[in-house]
Design a protein around this ligand. Structure first.
Ligand SMILES: Nc1ncnc2c1ncn2[C@@H]1O[C@H](COP(=O)(O)OP(=O)(O)O)[C@@H](O)[C@H]1O
Ligand SMILES: N[C@@H](CC(=O)OP(=O)(O)O)C(=O)O
Length: 451
C-alpha cells in the first residue's frame, strides 16, 4: 500500500489536478492521497497559503479584506469551473470561506492557523469531488475525523503519539482517502499547522500510521538533484540516498522534501520515492535506510542563508567548567534556538537563525547580557551568514574531502568563517558570507561532480 502526497505545484490548476487523477487511478495501491493547497502556476505567481496569510494579517489589522478574499475565492472557482465540478462544490466552498471569516477565534494565532489550514482543507474537498465525479471511489477525511493530533512546543508543531493508533483505523476505509496536508488538531480542537512546506510531514505521518509500504512524494522536478537546480544548471540526479543523507540535505536547504518528514518514515522504515507529477514514468529518487553505491563519494551539496553568529571570547575559557552550558542556558531563557556551536580554546561561537530577534534592540540586549553573565572579555556578532553542507555516506571512507572543498572555495575567493564536521562523518558544514553562497555552491559542485 502506498501513501501519495502531491505538492502545491502538482495541484496549482485544473490541468495539474487531472494529471494527479491519472496518476492515482493508474495504481490501486495508492490508498491515501495527501494534498497541498494550490501552489504557484508560474514563477511569479502567489501560493494560496501566502494569500491566506495576507488575509489573516488584514483581518488582524482591521483592513478591508474584500480584494484578497476575491483573489482566494477566484483561485478555487477557476479550478472548480475548469474541472466542471458544478454548483454543490461551489456552494460548499462559499460556505467554508464565509464560515472561516465570520467565526470567532481565541487568539490571532488561532485565526492564522485556521486560515492557513483552509488552503489544504478546501483543496482536499475539491479533489475528492473531482475523483468521485470521474468514477474513482474517493473519500475526503479531515485531520479531526482521523484523529491527527498535534501539540505545540517551543513554537514547533509536533505529532502526538496516539495519532498513529488513530490513523491505523483508516486502513478499513474502502475508498481512496483524500487527506489535507499541512495541519493537525490540538487537544483543544483547534487546527494547528506545521511549518511551511509541512504537507510533506502529513504524508509521512499517514505513511507511518497506515503502515504503508511506500511513501510517494510527487513534485515538479524529475528527481532530487545533487545541488539546488535554482543555483546549478542541470545538476546530477540522485537515484538513491539514505534517510540520514536526506535529513541533513533537507535541513541545509534541499526544500524539495521537508526535513521533518523523515522521522515518521525512519521510525517505521518506510522508503520514500520523490517523483515528478509532470513525468510520472520516470523513477525519481528513492530514500531508504541503506543505499546502493553511488558513483560519487559526495551525495549532495546544500545551502541556506539567514544565519548569524555570536562569538564569545574569554581567556582560559577551556578551564571553566560549564561555560558552554551557561551560554546556551542564557539563549534558552530568551527562547533562542542555537543550531551549531563551533568552539576554540578561548572562544565559542553560537550559530542561530537571525530572524529570531525581533529587532536590533533585542539583539543588543541579549549580547550585553551574555557578556555580563559570562564575564566574557569580548563579544561580537556577525550577520548575513550562509551555511553550506556537503553530505555523503561515502565521506566516511574518503580522505581529503575537507581539503578539496576548502581549495575549491579559496580558488573562487570565498572566505570561510567556520567549519564543523558532525560526529557521524557523513556531513561537513561551512559558514560563509551569504553574498558568497551561490558561487561557493557552484565551485563545490564543479569540484565534486564534474569529474
Ligand atoms: N536539490 C534539489 N533537488 C530538487 N529540487 C530542489 C532541490 N533543492 C531545491 N529544490 C526545489 O524544490 C522544488 C520542489 O519543492 P516544492 O516547491 O516544495 O514543491 P511542491 O510544490 O511539490 O511541494 C523544486 O522545484 C526545486 O526548485
Ligand atoms: N501549503 C503549505 C504546505 C505545503 O506543504 O505546501 P507545498 O506542498 O506547496 O510546499 C505551504 O505553502 O507551506
Amino acid at each position: 500500500m502506498k501513501i501519495t502526497k502531491f505538492g502545491g505545484s502538482s495541484l496549482a490548476n485544473a490541468k495539474q489536478i487531472k494529471k494527479v487523477f491519472d496518476i492515482v487511478k493508474a495504481d490501486p495501491d495508492r490508498k491515501a492521497v495527501v494534498v497541498s493547497a494550490p501552489g504557484k502556476r508560474f514563477a511569479t505567481d502567489t501560493k494560496i497559503t501566502d494569500n491566506l496569510i495576507t488575509l489573516a494579517e488584514q483581518v488582524r489589522d482591521g483592513k478591508n479584506t474584500a480584494k484578497i478574499l476575491t483573489i482566494i475565492k477566484e483561485r478555487y472557482m477557476n479550478i472548480i469551473n475548469d474541472l466542471d465540478l458544478g454548483q454543490i462544490v461551489k456552494a460548499k466552498l462559499e460556505t467554508n470561506l464565509q464560515k472561516m471569516v465570520t467565526d470567532s477565534y481565541t487568539s490571532y494565532d488561532h485565526l492564522l492557523n485556521t486560515f492557513k489550514a483552509s488552503g489544504e482543507d478546501n483543496n482536499a474537498q475539491l479533489v475528492a469531488a473531482y475523483f468521485q465525479q470521474n468514477g474513482l471511489a474517493a473519500k475526503y477525511i479531515s485531520p479531526e475525523k482521523a484523529g491527527l493530533y498535534v501539540s505545540t512546543q517551543d513554537g514547533h508543531t509536533r505529532v502526538l503519539p496516539e495519532t498513529y493508533t488513530n490513523l491505523e483505523k483508516l486502513r478499513q476505509i474502502q475508498e481512496c482517502i483524500i487527506f489535507p496536508g499541512f495541519f493537525g488538531v490540538s487537544k483543544e480542537k483547534q487546527r494547528v499547522t506545521f511549518s511551511r512546506g509541512g504537507s510533506d510531514i502529513t504524508g509521512a505521518i499517514l505513511a507511518r500510521g497506515l503502515k504503508a509500504d511506500l511513501y510517494e512524494n510527487f513534485t515538479d522536478v524529475d528527481a532530487i538533484f545533487a545541488a539546488n537546480p535554482q543555483i546549478v544548471a542541470q545538476p546530477q540526479k540522485i537515484d538513491h540516498l539514505t534517510y540520514q543523507e536526506m535529513r541533513e540535505l533537507s535541513y541545509a536547504g534541499f526544500s524539495v522534501l521537508h526535513h521533518e518528514a523523515l522521522r515518521p518514515a525512519i521510525m517505521a522504515n518506510i522508503p520514500i520515492r520523490v517523483k515528478n507529477t509532470n513525468r510520472p514514468e520516470l523513477p525519481g529518487t528513492l530514500i531508504s535506510r541503506t543505499r546502493t553505491d553511488n558513483k560519487y563519494h559526495i551525495t549532495g551539496i546544500a545551502s541556506s542563508h539567514g544565519f548569524m553568529s555570536i562569538s564569545i571570547k574569554k581567556y582560559l575559557m577551556n578551564e571553566e567548567v560549564g561555560f558552554g552550558a551557561k551560554a546556551l542556558n542564557i539563549m534558552a531563557e530568551h527562547q533562542l534556538s542555537v543550531e551549531h556551536v563551533p568552539t576554540g580554546i578561548d572562544e565559542i561561537s553560537l550559530i542561530l537563525r537571525a530572524d529570531q530577534f525581533k529587532d536590533k534592540e533585542e539583539e543588543e540586549s541579549v549580547l550585553q547580557e551574555l557578556k555580563e553573565r559570562l564575564a566574557a572579555d569580548d563579544i561580537s556578532s556577525e550577520k548575513e551568514l550562509a551555511l553550506l553542507m556537503i553530505v555523503g555516506e561515502g565521506m566516511i571512507s574518503t580522505v581529503g574531502t575537507a581539503a578539496k572543498a576548502m581549495t575549491a572555495m579559496a580558488n573562487t575567493g570565498v572566505n570561510l568563517k567556520m567549519i564543523d564536521q558532525g560526529s557521524s562523518e557523513i556531513s561537513m558544514l561551512f559558514g560563509i558570507a551569504a553574498a558568497d553562497e551561490q558561487h561557493a555552491i557552484k565551485a563545490l559542485y564543479n569540484t565534486f561532480f564534474k569529474v
